[in-house]
Design a binder for this molecule. Sequence first.
Ligand SMILES: Cc1ncc(COP(=O)(O)O)c(C=O)c1O
Length: 460
Amino acid sequence: MSETTSAAISEHQGTLTTQQVVELTKKFNYGTWRFQKTWNPMHIADAEGCYFTDGAGKRYLDLSAQLMCVNLGHKNPAVIAAIAEQAEALAYAMPTYATEARAELSQLLLEVLPEGLTKFFFTTSGTDANEAAFKIARMYTGKTKIIARYRSYHGSTMASIAATGDPRRWAMEPVGGKGQGFLFAPEVNCYKCPIKHTYPSCGIACAEYLEHMIRNESDVAAVIVEPVVGTNGVLVPPKEYMPRLRQICDAHGVLLIADEVMTGWCRTGKWFAMDHWNVVPDILTTAKGITNAAIPLGLCATNEKIAAYFDDHFFSHGHTYEAHPLTLAPGIAAIQEMKRLKLAERATEMGAYLGEKLREIKPRHRSIGEVRGLGLFWGVELVKNQGKKNPFNTGEDKIAGKPLVVDRVAAKMMGAGVFIQAWMSHFVIAPPLIISKEEIDRGVAALDEALALADAEADA
Ligand SMILES: Cc1ncc(COP(=O)(O)O)c(C=O)c1O
């Protein structure tokens, strides 16, 4: 640990010991998506580049950029400086006003977003970017229903969780009352197709089924997709899927919403994942990497037709913190940094290397079902039986608070100083896009070793 790092740690710790930090956090805060009794949060004291440091000074390689959001690496100096400067210059202005940060970020967004997305609503997270998208879609089309897909996550607030296909939605259904009008289509998953087809002979049946749903439901305002499904397994669609989905939506006057909260900001080797298929959604939502996650900012970007509609119709949406100057200034700095570092190109190059390394270890592990990814966004799916492709654990296990095999593997990796995101029966590997080949080697070696735990439980 460098002297600067230890100085930073003692400064951050102030008068509290690590034990106090953990105990006070546990006692007075909710741990997300879990039973509270077993929550034992680690004290993070510092983070820089591809590493973070705990209260005892141990450094961890961050193989998932925390929540797949620190794309430029921790503590990017330009982003940090932009926050400090904006705080001095103008810390808050209500959304009614124009500010320099707002104007400058809007101009920059036009340079990087898929062409045609030209009107912006700024939020403070991914979930409220999606809330804005749903309200805008309903106001613009005058229709109600939103079709999402089963393997998806779109956020935790009421409409976004109602549009979420994964088990985090379940708790809201009987008690909280799921938001009205959200329906689910089969996801695109060529490794384990939910409708038991095989690509390419399937003719993208999962997209065709979506058209069947639109026809029979009527009143469909929009379809929302994660262009590459993130938390739910890094599912990359075949090349025909997005163009076909665009055609279907156009044919039925249904809006296409791309949720690029996780896939945006160079993660997949392009500014936005939709760029891989040259498909422009009607609405694009994003957050996370937009400020390198250093400040909470989300974005709901719409096309010109939608924008024009609201010239003469009441735009019935807003927040106190919409277009908050302190959130926008680091967005400008983050985009400039991504350009300077040629981050998309870097993600393509390092992503190919990471994919190669993951594929190399696959034959050694009977617990690995599939390795898949795009750019620096990779999933490793674990299975109990390679032939049957059945997972070690399911959504039911997660919600019941059962110990998961992937969590044990991740814990073993933490012991070796490598952090990885685990979900149900797979890992999401999405490091800061500045990661080096040596760091990738170290991360994959830790996974290779820890997977012995899963191999021991897989069928022979
Ligand atoms: C694809 C996707 N959409 C929406 C969200 C919600 O974003 P937030 O946690 O900022 O509300 C997430 C969060 O992980 C996400 O991955």
